[in-house]
Design a protein around this ligand. Structure first.
Ligand code: WQD
Length: 355
C-alpha cells in the first residue's frame, strides 16, 4: 500500500486523519514540530488503528520531529523512503499556524510558516518527483461572504493574515498546476469549522492556552477548566441572535481527506478545490444547548459584545465535494457533542504535554 507523508499529523485534524488512513492500509510518515501538538496523540492513533507492536508501528507510522521550513529534514524523509523501497507517493499537508488573532499580531510568522513552509515542502516534493498533494485550506479565505451557502466560486477575500496565507498557498498551487499540465495532482480542501473528536474519546482537540474557538472553550467550561463561556454578540441578524457556523465533525473531515486522496491517486492529474462542510448552519446557542445535553448539565454562559472580524453567518455549499468525491458529512451536532465530551471528560487536561 502507498506510503504518505503527513505534515502536522499529530495535530487535531491530522491525528484523526491518520487513524482513517492507517485503517485503510496506508503507511505513514508523520512530520510534526510539536509546537501545538503532542506525540501522545500518535501513540493513541497507532492503538486506535489496531496496529500491534508486532506489526511494527515503526513501519506503519514513522514519526519525524521537524519543521516544514527545514528542507534538509524534508529531503531526508523523501530520500529514506526511497532507500527503504517505499517512496512517498503523496503528501497531506496539515502543518501550519491557524489562530486568526495571533496572525493579526504576528503576520510575518504566519507568512513564514504557512507560505514559506509550504514552498519549502513543494520544492522538495518536486525534487523527488512526488506530485500528489492534499492541502489543508480554510473557509477563512472567503472573509465576509457575499452569499450563503458559500460555493467554491465565491470571491476569495480574506480579512486577516491567516486567511491571506491560505489564499496565497492556493494561488501558488494553481500556478504550479498550470505550469506543468498533466503533472500535479492537487486538492485544496477548505474546512469550515472542524469540531468534535474520535468516538473513542482517546484523541481530540487540545488547543494551547486559552481556546480561541467556540467548541474547545465550551468543552473546557463543561469539564471545569474554564469558568464561563462568553458569547460574542446576541444581536446578529440570525434566528436566535447568535452567529451561525458550519460545524463539521472531525471524523467526517478525516474521511473527506481520504476521499480526496483516493481520487487524486486513481484519476488523471488535476487540481480540485473543495469546501468540506456540512451545509448545515448552527448557532452558538444551539451548540451551547446541545453540549449541555451531551455533558448532562447546562454550560454557564454570558452574552457580551461582538468579536471583531466575525461574520453573522458562514455555511458551506458542499455539493461539489459530493459530486467529485461522493463524500458528504454523516455525523450530527449531537454526535459532535457526544464525541467531543467523551474526549474532554476522559482527558480534562488534554494530552497533558506538548512535544
Ligand atoms: C465560532 C463562533 C464566535 C469563541 C475560526 C477560523 C477558521 C477556522 C475555524 C481554521 C463565532 C463564537 C467563539 C468564544 C464565542 N479555523 N465564539 N465565544 O471564527 O467561525 O472560525 O475557526 O481554519 O479559519 O476563522 O470559529 O470557533 O472561533 O467561532 O461566542 O469564546 O463562536 O463569535 O460566532 P470561526 P470560532
Amino acid at each position: 500500500m502507498a506510503k504518505l507523508l503527513i505534515t502536522g499529523g499529530a495535530g487535531f485534524i491530522g491525528s484523526h486523519t491518520c487513524v482513517v488512513l492507517l485503517e485503510a492500509g496506508y503507511d505513514l510518515v508523520v512530520l510534526d514540530d510539536f509546537s501545538n501538538s503532542s506525540s501522545r496523540a500518535l501513540d493513541r492513533v497507532i492503538a486506535l488503528a489496531g496496529i500491534t507492536p508486532s506489526e511494527s508501528s515503526a513501519k506503519r507510522l514513522v514519526t519525524v520531529p521537524g519543521s516544514i521550513n527545514n528542507s534538509l529534514v524534508l529531503e531526508k524523509v523523501f530520500r529514506e523512503a526511497i532507500e527503504t523501497g517505499q517512496p512517498i507517493e503523496g503528501v497531506i499537508h496539515f502543518a501550519g499556524l491557524k489562530a486568526v488573532g495571533e496572525s493579526v499580531a504576528d503576520p510575518l510568522r504566519y507568512w513564514h510558516v504557512n507560505v514559506g513552509g509550504s514552498i519549502s515542502l513543494i520544492n522538495v516534493m518536486a525534487a523527488f518527483s512526488c506530485h500528489t498533494l492534499v492541502f489543508s485550506s480554510s473557509a477563512t479565505l472567503y472573509g465576509y461572504p457575499d452569499q450563503v451557502p458559500i460555493p467554491e466560486t465565491a470571491p476569495i477575500q480574506p480579512i486577516n493574515p491567516y486567511g491571506h496565507s491560505k489564499a496565497a498557498v492556493e494561488r501558488l498551487l494553481n500556478d504550479l498546476a498550470a505550469s506543468a499540465p498533466g503533472q500535479w495532482r492537487i486538492a485544496c480542501l477548505r474546512y469550515f469549522n472542524p469540531v468534535g473528536a474520535h468516538a473513542s474519546g482517546r484523541i481530540g482537540e487540545d488547543p494551547l492556552g486559552i481556546p480561541n474557538n467556540l467548541f474547545p472553550f465550551v468543552s473546557q467550561v463543561a469539564v471545569g477548566r474554564r469558568e464561563r463561556l462568553q458569547i460574542f454578540g446576541g444581536d446578529w441578524s440570525t434566528p436566535d441572535g447568535t452567529c451561525v457556523r458550519d460545524y463539521i465533525h472531525v471524523m467526517d473531515l478525516a474521511e473527506g481527506h481520504k476521499a480526496a486522496l483516493d481520487c487524486l491517486l486513481t484519476e488523471a492529474p488535476q487540481l480540485l478545490t473543495l469546501n468540506l462542510g456540512s451545509g448545515r448552519g448552527i448557532s452558538v446557542l444551539e451548540v451551547v444547548n446541545a453540549f449541555g445535553q451531551a455533558c448532562g448539565q447546562p454550560v454557564p454562559h454570558t452574552i457580551v459584545d461582538r468579536r471583531p472580524g466575525d461574520a453573522a453567518i458562514t455555511v458551506a455549499d458542499p455539493s461539489e465535494a459530493l459530486r467529485r468525491l461522493g463524500w458528504s458529512t454523516r455525523r450530527s451536532l449531537d454526535d459532535i457533542c457526544r464525541d467531543g465530551w467523551a474526549w474532554q471528560s476522559a482527558n480534562p487536561a488534554g494530552y497533558g504535554q506538548r512535544g
